[in-house]
Structure formats: C-alpha cells, structure tokens
Design a protein around this ligand. Structure first.
Ligand code: GLC
Length: 475
C-alpha cells in the first residue's frame, strides 16, 4: 500500500472505531425502551439479594393501640385502628431511637450476603425518615431524635459498597387530606379523591420529597413505590408521569419497581409471593422474615435460615431477586432473631455465593413442580404442586445444583441429574475448597448420577457444580 492509501485506510478504520465506540457509550435514546432498561438493570440482575427495612413511628405501638391488639401487619396500625392524625402524629414526639446505628444495620446486610438495601423513606402513615422542606412531619423536624436516618444509612451503605434504595409510598398517605387511604379523618374525601385533592398532594408533597431523595443522598439504586391507588384518574389517565420523568432526569440509572402504577423497570411480585415458574423478565420478591414488615412485639413466627436459603435459591433459579425485610424496634435495634437468622444465610452464601450472584436462571423447569390436573383452589384455579428437592442456577459452562432433599440408596446420597446431552467435564461440591471431583456414574437407562455423600447437609442446601462442555445446553 502506498503511504497515501495507507493514510486514507487508517482514517477510515479510526472513523469506524469511533462510530462503534460512541454507539456503545451513548445512552439509549428512549429511557423507557428495552435497551435503556437492560442497561439500568445490569446490577440488579447480578446482585439478587437485598435487605428491605420497614421502620417508622409504627415501631412504637408495635402492633397495639391503647392496650388493644391491632390485627395484621405492624405498619398498618394507624389504618387498622382508625387512629386520628392528631393522635398518631404525637408518636413523633416519642420517636427517639438512641440505639440506632446505621453502621450496624449496613453491617448486618453485608454479613447476610445482601448487596442492596431499601428502606421506607416514607410509608403509608406519611412520616418521612429524612429532612424535608415539603413537610415538617419528618424525623429531623418533628422528633427529639432530629437525625436524618436516610442520610446516615446511605452513608453507611456507601462505605461498604452496598447499593442504597428507598421505599416511598406515593399514593397512600394517611396524614394528608389529599393522600389515598385515610377515610376516618377525611370522610368527605375518603379514599376516592372526592374533592380532587390527590393531584395537589402529588405536587406539594410527593414530587418535592422525591426530588429531595434523588438529590440529597447520593446514588439511589432504586425507588420502591407501593400500592398504586389513584395513580390512574377516573378516565384511566396515568397521573405519575411527572414522577417517572423526575427519576429519569435526576438519576438516570435509578430503577423504578413494579408498583408505581405504570410499567416499571422490573416486576414486583405480591408480598411473599414466589412465582411458580422461571422468567426471563426481571422480578423481585419482597418478603418478610416473620409475618409483619414493621415491627410487632408479638410476632415471633420466624422463618428458619434453611427456609430463607431455599427461597433465595428458588427465586434466583427462576430469574428473580429476593428482598428480605427486617422491622427494627423503636429503640433502633433490629430484633435479635432477625439478625441471627440472616447471618446464617450469610454464612451459607460465603461458601455458596458463586451459585447466586451473577447466576442465570434454570434451563430446566421440571424441578419446580407443576399444576395438578385435578386439584383446584378456592378460586377454582388449578393448584401448583411445588417440587422442592433441588434447584439449578447457571453460569457459562456451569450448572449449580442446590440439593435440598436428597434421595438415598441405602446409606448413599444420590443425586440424579436432569436430562441434557452435553458432556460433563467435572462435578464437585462448592463447599469443597479443594474441589476434588466427585465420580459421575451412569445408570442402566443412561441417566447420570453422583453420590455427594459427605457434602450433603440435609437442613440447609448443598451445592454441586457440574461443569459441562459447551456453553449452550443441549437437551
Ligand atoms: C404492602 C403493604 C405495605 C408493605 C408492602 C411491602 O403493599 O401495604 O405495608 O410495605 O406491602 O411489600
């Protein structure tokens, strides 16, 4: 090539590279389009496990009001007992959680193997855990404590590399006439926006508070909106566009959950609802450790660590995330059983985290169980009969089989692999630091199985790594 030709050729090459690079760098044009969503979701798809925190004034009554037991979840006490705003508000003057230690909370999340933290910045009772110019009904202006909880927790999370997100009740606000839900103080307005003040409430409280949250606390990984009552007006017109636009403008990487009232970045399942089957669309299961979100002094119905590990693996094997909740007490301390159980999940993850973080969903599906042909629930829908013996998560060239119930052949533990054609290059237990290969055997009918004997822990889940040839599974 002559030098002039070479020069022209290099220019062309450089130009092409620059075009490619800028195409890759440029943010996708439509923030609601699939490409932009996928970009925002990268961390979420990787991290899998988060800590939910429900904390507010309701931690003081802890499920009881004037000696009477309030049924149901703790943070709903104001609604269930129809407590007038003027009375409930007084709780703020007693809110003084002197033992609150943001570092201890963030440390617990980290010990549990969680990667993100989401706290109720304002729940349905309307009380904000952050300093707000939009409403004095907040922890800094209305309590003797005067400390900005959101600020302290955001900083403690950032210090540990945990992502930080906020729950924000955009619709229900029992403290405000315009907010949805309070039909005992505001019967003329009730929960139906009869006097048309819902839009005013969105403008004067929700929008400015959302702006504060997205401006004053560093990166917000996600906003967890909830119970989208009234987010569509009488003509079914969506009222929350200003909220979505604000999130996208102030922090383009912040995720919006599935309960704003329009399509979010991912699906939020019902509370404690694990979908029966796997999905490629991202989802998150919000779940309780006992039966309440906000602290209740009488709820000791704790899930065992084994149950939580099963749920975590189950959810990840279906393509989702697990957001597990704690309800700190009014003194600022997270109940000890919550801490102990979460730390045991963390100990399991320390050994087996490779099967969870960044792992893909199961390519099989038969391990989830199936709908019964002739059993119907009360609503007349077929009952799903879950099969909970094992779950599978994946990384390129690898299957992680987590065994929860093991078949035994005499004294021998047996795990029969599901059917696939790829050659297997090695099998070992993730708990085995030496990764010594387990012998793979083939039964007379061609099915492959291993005896993971000494690695089996019946109560908590044993992970077997199966390395295969090829990255695509052949069935
Ligand atoms: C429900 C409840 C709420 C709780 C939430 C968590 O929607 O209204 O109290 O915060 O679930 O998923």
């Amino acid at each position: 090539m002559k030098s002039r030709q070479r020069f022209l050729f290099s220019c062309l090459l450089l130009g092409a590279c620059a075009a490619l690079l800028s195409a890759a760098d440029a943010p996708p044009a439509d923030p609601e389009g699939p490409a932009a969503k996928e970009q925002r979701l990268a961390w979420f798809r990787h991290d899998k496990f988060g800590l939910f925190i429900h904390w507010g004034l309701y931690a003081i009554p802890a499920g009881y009001w004037k000696g009477e037991r309030s049924p149901g979840i703790g943070e709903w006490v104001m609604n269930r007992m129809k407590i007038p705003v003027a009375e409930y508000e007084q709780l703020a003057t007693q809110f003084n959680p002197v033992q609150f230690d943001a570092d201890a909370w963030a440390q617990l999340a980290q010990d549990a193997g969680m990667k993100y933290v989401v706290i109720t910045s304002k729940h349905h009772d309307g009380f904000a855990l952050f300093k707000s110019a939009a409403s004095r009904y907040n922890v800094v202006d209305a309590t003797p404590f005067k400390r900005d909880i959101i600020k302290e927790l955001a900083a403690a999370c950032a210090k540990r590399g945990l992502r930080f997100g906020v729950y924000y009740s955009q619709s229900q606000d029992w403290h405000e006439r315009g907010g949805a839900g309070n039909d005992w103080d505001f019967p003329s307005n009730a929960a139906k926006d009869k006097d048309g003040s819902f839009d005013g409430y969105l403008k004067t409280k929700v929008e400015p508070q959302l702006r504060e949250l997205l401006t004053n606390y560093g990166p917000i990984c996600l906003i967890w909106f909830d119970t989208p009552q009234l987010m569509r007006d009488d003509n079914q017109q969506y009222r929350g566009k200003a909220l979505t636009d604000m999130v996208r403008a102030l922090q383009p990487t912040t995720l919006i959950d599935g309960r704003l009232g329009t399509v979010g970045d991912y699906q939020s399942t019902g509370d404690n609802v694990v979908p029966p089957k796997a999905s490629d669309d991202p989802f998150e299961v919000p779940a309780t450790l006992n039966q309440t979100w906000g602290y209740r002094s009488d709820d000791h119905n704790w899930k065992s660590p084994g149950e939580m590990i099963f749920k975590l693996v189950d959810i990840v094997s279906k393509g989702g995330n697990y957001l597990l909740n704690v309800g700190p007490m009014a003194n600022g301390v997270i109940p000890q059983p919550s801490q102990d159980n979460l730390r045991q999940v963390g100990a399991w993850l320390k050994v087996n985290g490779e099967a969870i973080y960044g792992a893909g969903r199961s390519p099989f599906g038969e391990e989830f169980g199936d709908y019964a042909g002739n059993l119907k629930d009360r609503a007349g829908k077929p009952v799903f009969l879950g099969f909970n013996d094992w779950r599978c998560t994946t990384k390129p060239g690898k299957f992680y089989f987590t065994l929860f119930k093991i078949e035994r052949d005499g004294p021998l533990a047996v795990f029969t692999l599901p059917n696939f054609k790829n050659k297997i290059s090695s099998v070992y237990a993730l708990a085995d630091a030496k990764r010594s290969p387990l012998e793979l055997k083939t039964a007379a009918d061609g099915r492959r199985f291993v005896n993971p004997d000494r690695w089996v822990n019946d109560s908590i889940g044993t992970v077997l790594v199966v390395e295969i040839e090829g990255t695509k599974i052949e069935r």
